[in-house]
Ligand binder design. Structure first.
Ligand code: GUN
Length: 300
């Protein structure tokens, strides 16, 4: 069993980005800038956004955190997004999900201009993804692809079973794995809460991507020998022995599943770190497109 180490792979991506930012600055170009919008004070969202901001600083990006209280009016939020869309100095916009119940998530996602939609959630960007056109790939599936790339794992022709069909992870992941692109060309089965024979389907998977948000859901009896297991789960589970009072648990029962696998991601230290690296990559991509720059600038 080989551990797919998100710490190592994400550090490589960040190093590359930092080198590129350094070249841009040396050549007198403005600094890439990510604006993050956080509503309320959901503990997990606070942690993720703080980590995104910290990682921006690490690679030399500018970042701005815009906070609203839980009771913010939808119109006020949409007005802020409009402002950020028009702000010449902002390259990428992300609104951390989930949102308060009274805010229409779809309206918010649609309000972000596709050129700054570094989460890749806007229908224009999802449409491009489906058609195999260049786009902003949602950060978690993109991070998983970067991880496969780092470990040179070719999934071509293999059977990938994706558990979960969210717009953020499962659905875009299934599209990427089945697309005719490097680190794609897999045969994909997508499972969800209504799937009848989930265990039998999982047992057929050369690759399993667990993205359903149920801690320890994937057990050893669901995984065939030698499978590649990608765990997207990051649920906070109460643990009085932990300093913060909780532990982060994945969707896979790591202890019993890991010995059966050829490759497996740990939680924490796996996909979560890759998600942030992918978001930063998308932000640089948005910047390059907005400033009409291409990769030549880094080699000449
Ligand atoms: N909440 C959970 N994952 C994500 C993500 O990738 N982007 C945003 N904006 N919110 C999230």
């Amino acid at each position: 069993m080989i551990l797919l180490d998100g710490k190592i792979a994400s550090a490589e991506t960040r190093k590359l980005l930092a080198e590129k930012v350094s070249v841009l600055k040396t050549k007198g170009h403005p600094t890439p800038h990510l604006a993050a919008v956080l509503i309320g004070n959901n503990g997990a969202s606070e942690t993720y956004v703080a980590s995104k901001i910290k990682n921006c600083a690490e690679v030399g990006f500018q970042s701005t955190l815009i906070r609203f209280t839980d009771d913010v009016e939808e119109t006020e939020l949409l007005e802020k997004i409009k402002e950020l869309n028009e702000e010449a100095n902002v390259d990428g916009i992300l609104v951390q999900l989930p949102l308060s119940k009274h805010i229409d998530e779809e309206k918010v996602i649609h309000a972000i201009t596709p050129a700054k939609d570094v989460d890749g959630f806007h229908p224009v960007n999802i449409g491009n993804l489906v058609q195999g056109s260049p786009t902003f790939i949602p950060a978690t599936p993109y991070g998983i692809i970067l991880l496969l790339q780092h470990y040179n794992i070719n999934v071509k022709g293999q059977h990938a079973v994706v558990i979960g069909r969210s717009n953020i992870v499962g659905r875009p992941m299934s599209i990427l794995l089945s697309s005719n692109q490097p680190y794609g060309n897999a045969t994909v089965t997508i499972c969800h809460s209504h799937t009848h024979n989930l265990k039998e389907l999982c047992l057929q998977g050369d690759i399993i991507v667990a993205a359903l948000g149920k801690p320890g859901f994937v057990t050893a009896d669901m995984v065939k020998d030698g499978a590649i297991v990608i765990d997207v789960g990051i649920t906070r589970v109460e643990d009085v022995t932990a300093k913060k009072g909780f532990r982060i648990k994945g969707d896979v029962n790591f202890e019993e599943v890991a010995p059966k696998t050829s490759y497996i991601t740990p939680v924490p230290g796996g996909v979560g770190l890759m998600t942030i690296a992918a978001l930063l990559s998308n932000t640089l991509r948005a910047y390059m497109l907005r400033h009409n720059l291409n990769e030549d600038i880094f080699t000449t």
